[in-house]
Design a protein around this ligand. Structure first.
Ligand code: DX5
Ligand code: ZN
Length: 239
């Protein structure tokens, strides 16, 4: 990961060529959001994960297109992917707003999209890369027909709504099954995993077939600096 010019110039060692770290800004200090995102990107992250919640699909309310617009130039400076995870009902109403704000990837929940194929097409037509995701109890079969059309599939390894929850252990088998499904159709879509990822379980999740690891509290929380937290992922993924 982290193979952009900016990161190479900064002399930071990369985590692992095929694994991307996606810090979730949900756990960042919003009074210093730009500085914290930049610190994560300098340290080797190459995605910025934006958790959008509406108080309907999930109990929590967070942020919207304005936050995406604010972090977009920082992400661009480091060649990072702006990765927007929509945990909202009727996401199709807001796709254009997020695309205009600078989202590179827009991921929708299968549970919120009765016309998922149409929604995925709409994301692509807006110039963003479409992603789909599903809650821990939603079976992978719900995604089977849409896999050929997406650039990213996200496995939720916690129930969406809050940062800082524990990884649901059965997610690893689900990741393995999804990896097999993607490989069977020759898909090059990223397989992202979100929720409860720490340095001590990151390698196992990557070994199961994940290519993008979301981490919120493990990057922005705790007593250590953001850079030190990312170095802990780097060590875990490059033993
Ligand atoms: C949960 C969000 C996650 C969350 C991850 O609804 O989608 O992205 O912020 O946070 P941690 O890494 O703390 O579980
Ligand atoms: Zn998320």
């Amino acid at each position: 990961m982290g193979q952009t010019d900016g990161l190479q110039q900064s002399g930071v060692s990369i985590l692992k060529a095929d694994i991307h770290l996606a810090p979730s800004i949900l756990s960042a200090d919003f009074a210093h959001l730009g500085t914290q995102v930049e610190e994560a990107l300098i340290a080797g992250a190459d995605y910025v994960h934006v958790d959008v919640m509406d108080g309907h699909f999930v109990p929590n309310i967070t942020i919207g297109p304005l936050a995406v617009r604010a972090i977009r130039p920082i992400a661009q400076q480091y060649g990072a992917t702006v990765d927007v995870h929509l945990m909202i009902t009727q996401p199709e109403r807001y796709l254009a707003d997020f695309a205009r704000a600078g989202a590179d990837v827009i991921t929708v929940h299968v549970e919120t999209c009765p016309h998922l194929h149409r929604t995925v097409q709409a994301i692509r037509e807006l110039g963003a890369r479409p992603g789909v995701t599903l809650n821990p109890a939603t079976p992978l079969v719900a995604l089977e027909e849409i896999l050929p059309y997406v650039d990213l599939v996200l496995v939720m390894s916690v129930n969406p709504g809050f940062g800082g929850q524990s990884y649901i252990p059965t997610s690893t088998a689900k990741i393995r099954r999804l990896r097999a499904m993607l490989d069977a159709i020759g898909s090059t879509a990223e397989l992202e995993v979100d929720g409860g990822i720490k340095p001590d379980n990151a390698a196992g999740i990557a070994a199961a077939g994940a290519t993008v690891l979301v981490a919120g509290s493990a990057v922005f929380g705790g007593p250590r600096s953001i850079a030190e937290n990312i170095r802990a992922f780097e060590r875990a993924l490059n033993p």
